[in-house]
Design a protein. Structure first.
Length: 72
């Protein structure tokens, strides 16, 4: 490769390329979760989850479901 003042520049350039690719991958790789998944799910999905976990009754579920659907 290239010798300049006793330094092996070829390997130096390879390390720069490795760091560049690593940093580009860290900053520009798509994440597995979207902003909406992080901030909160769909209100109807949250309502279904609360009903499934037993936090609300069937009547409360039906009333809230109708209210959410009427807002669309």
């Amino acid at each position: 490769m290239f010798y300049r003042d006793g330094i092996f520049w070829g390997m130096h350039l390879i390390w720069w390329a490795i760091w560049f690719v690593l940093l580009a991958w860290i900053f520009f790789a798509p994440s597995s979760s979207t902003y909406q998944e992080i901030e909160g799910d769909d209100p109807l999905m949250l309502l279904k989850m609360r009903f499934a976990q037993g936090e609300i009754t069937k009547e409360e579920y039906e009333q809230s479901k109708e209210l959410l659907k009427s807002d669309d």
